[in-house]
Design a binder for this molecule. Structure first.
Ligand code: 5GP
Length: 183
């Protein structure tokens, strides 16, 4: 069986990565999302093993020492990492595996797996991004400000990605990503 593609899928906090991802999965059942480990607290409605594996800092350190991550990074005071084994198993089965990760992790994967496809989701404008981050209401003010300042740093990495996709419309953006996958 043909191996699936590994996709580094990055975008600023609040840009709509999750919504596009949901649409992608509706449109194409070869698309799978890797479930990361994180040390941050679950948001309302998030389930362990579904959105993330929620772990303690000690558990995260243990996974690092066992070389269990394809990549990992610290973002806004928490750790996030991609479990390597699950990703490789899905690729072997022919699925296109999306890693919804921030830029430091994205750079690690591009280096380790140069055959990956890298996609950066961009907002229509910075004002729109801030508006989305505030109206979804999942973060407190301090966290929102931290995430907005992370954007300035993340912007510098956009140029290392093979594709930028504008999230002006969820359905359009999802279809553009599928056409990139089929190239
Ligand atoms: P959130 O806390 O909003 O779920 O995620 C914060 C940031 O961490 C987002 O940019 C998200 O894409 C990124 N992220 C989620 N999982 C991982 C991961 O496994 N590795 C890395 N490097 N970043 C991740």
């Amino acid at each position: 069986m043909k191996k699936g593609k590994l996709v580094v899928y990055t975008g600023y906090s609040g840009v709509g990565k999750g919504t596009i991802m949901k649409r992608l999965r509706e449109l194409d059942d070869s698309v799978r999302l890797s479930v990361s480990c994180t040390t941050r607290n679950p948001r309302e409605g998030e389930r362990d093993g579904v959105e993330y594996f929620f772990v303690t800092k000690d558990e995260f350190q243990k996974l690092i020492s066992e070389d269990g991550f394809l990549e990992y990074a610290e973002y806004c005071d928490n750790y996030y990492g991609t479990p390597a084994k699950a990703v490789d198993e899905m690729l072997e089965k022919g699925y296109n595996v999306f890693l919804e990760i921030e830029v430091q992790g994205g750079m690690q994967v591009m280096k380790k797996r140069p055959d990956c496809v890298s996609i950066f989701i961009v907002p229509p404008s910075m004002e729109e991004l801030e508006r989305r981050l505030r109206t979804r209401g999942t973060e407190d003010e301090e966290t929102i400000l931290k995430r907005l300042s992370a954007v300035e740093e993340e912007k510098k990495y956009n140029k290392y990605y093979s594709y930028s996709v504008l999230n002006d419309d969820v359905d359009r953006a999802a279809k553009e990503i599928l056409s990139i996958l089929n190239k």
